[in-house]
Design a protein around this ligand. Structure first.
Ligand code: C5P
Length: 398
């Protein structure tokens, strides 16, 4: 598995002579497993043709904020939500200034304003422009917004000057991006997370289950690993690949999920219950396939154990996070579960909406703890997972 595996990266190319190096950056990002979409400013298209970047990235290059056709295909807000990381390389003095001041006169600057992805900027300009107080103050302003600045290289410039301001070498840019995703917020911590549905057998061929895809739990497991945690992912049956670096324990029923959780949390620091555990199971599981006979068939069900509340009650040292899928009175019902199940935090989502939640790639949730309720806006599950990991790291006290 490569260092930028499955990362969605927008490469924003602005109009400097180093724009041609965008082609090599696309290739190197792809070599590391990233999926790359390219956005160019109008000036950048004077230095390198969009067709070159389209051929390399395999996707249409986005250039125009006011192109109705392009916006209908994948508009600026969709692009902004899609990305895990926005890399501006090369970033001209002018574009950096636009970022600082929040201008939105181009597709790229609009995407910058609309995204909650990580932002990396690789400046490239004449050495005198780079050293100018205005440029340096702009760089400081971006650093203050948690922007990663990939410092320019020093050497002979296209204009003949010698000094700092050359676009950093593509392999160094890519190495620095890899480091961004290995943030170390939870380094040394063991996290156990449940994900996906459970299946409760009725007979050898039938079961009770639900629509959970496991996507949110798997995205969280990937984000936790990225943050340096040792992750045990206890998963019900899903159609997803295990995130790189996690220990995967596959289970089917709620009982099996409980047993695996009890064993895994013994030396853990954090337990996250993202699984959609079936609330009930059959009292008797038939040994043979139940035959179709009477018009009505009754199935007696009994309650499954509540995994998260059992784990929280028996392991007071653990930091425990649950999920609440609600269709109404979301905060009130979620807060009730927070208290009743002895959780430190609960992530509430509205499962009545079609565009988010079960099976969707996007989600929109609220983080609720004893003191606060923070609404995390609609974004991809992998971006949300990173936001949730940051909140866990900020609230976990151990
Ligand atoms: O009570 P409800 O199912 O809405 O609570 C949701 C939270 O409880 C989720 O974190 C879910 O993983 C967890 N849960 C559990 N065991 C159950 C039912 C729910 O761990 N039997």
């Amino acid at each position: 598995m490569s260092g930028l595996s499955n990362k969605r990266i927008i490469l924003g190319i602005t109009g400097g002579i180093a724009a041609y190096k965008g082609a090599e950056i696309v290739r190197r990002l792809q070599d590391q497993g990233a999926e790359v979409r390219v956005v160019m400013t109008a000036a950048a298209t004077e230095f390198i043709r969009p067709l070159t970047l389209q051929a390399l990235s395999g996707y249409q290059v986005h250039t125009d904020l006011l192109d109705a056709e392009a916006e209908a295909a994948m508009g600026h807000i969709e692009l902004a939500r899609w990305a895990d990381l926005l890399l501006i390389a090369p970033a001209t003095a002018n574009f950096i200034s636009t970022m600082v001041h929040g201008g939105a006169d181009s597709l790229l600057s609009a995407v910058y304003l609309a995204t909650s992805a990580k932002i990396a900027v690789a400046p490239a300009m004449n050495q005198a422009m780079w050293s100018h107080t205005a440029s340096q103050q702009n760089i400081q302003a971006l650093k203050g917004r948690e922007t990663i600045i990939i410092e320019p290289d020093t050497g002979i410039q296209a204009c003949g000057d010698i000094g700092p301001g050359r676009l950093q070498q593509p392999e160094i840019i890519v190495d620095q991006l890899k480091a961004i995703f290995e943030s170390g917020l939870l380094a040394g911590k063991k996290v156990v997370i449940t994900a996906g549905p459970t299946r409760e057998a009725i007979d050898p061929v039938r079961y009770i289950s639900n629509h959970s895809s496991g996507k949110m739990g798997y995205a969280l497991a990937a984000a936790l690993t990225e943050a340096g945690a040792k992750v045990v992912l206890i998963s019900g049956p899903v159609l997803l690949d295990s995130p790189a670096g996690c220990e995967l324990i596959s289970v089917v029923s709620a009982d099996a999920m409980l047993n695996a959780s009890v064993a895994a949390v013994k030396d853990a620091n954090i337990f996250i219950s993202a699984a959609a555990v079936a609330d009930y199971r059959a009292v008797d599981v038939a040994d043979q396939k139940i035959k179709k006979q009477a018009d009505n068939l009754s199935l007696e069900l009994k309650k499954n154990p509540d995994i998260v509340s059992t784990i929280a009650t028996d392991n007071p040292q653990l930091f425990v996070v649950g999920f609440a899928a609600e269709t109404e009175n979301i905060e009130t019902f979620a807060r009730d579960k927070l208290v009743r199940k002895k959780l430190h935090a609960i992530i509430a989502n509205d499962v009545s909406r079609q565009d988010i939640g079960f099976n969707a790639d996007d989600n929109e949730v609220s983080w609720i703890d004893a003191q606060s309720c923070k609404h995390l806006g609609k974004k991809s599950k992998s971006q949300l997972a990173r936001d949730i990991v940051k909140l866990i790291a900020a609230n976990y006290d151990g």
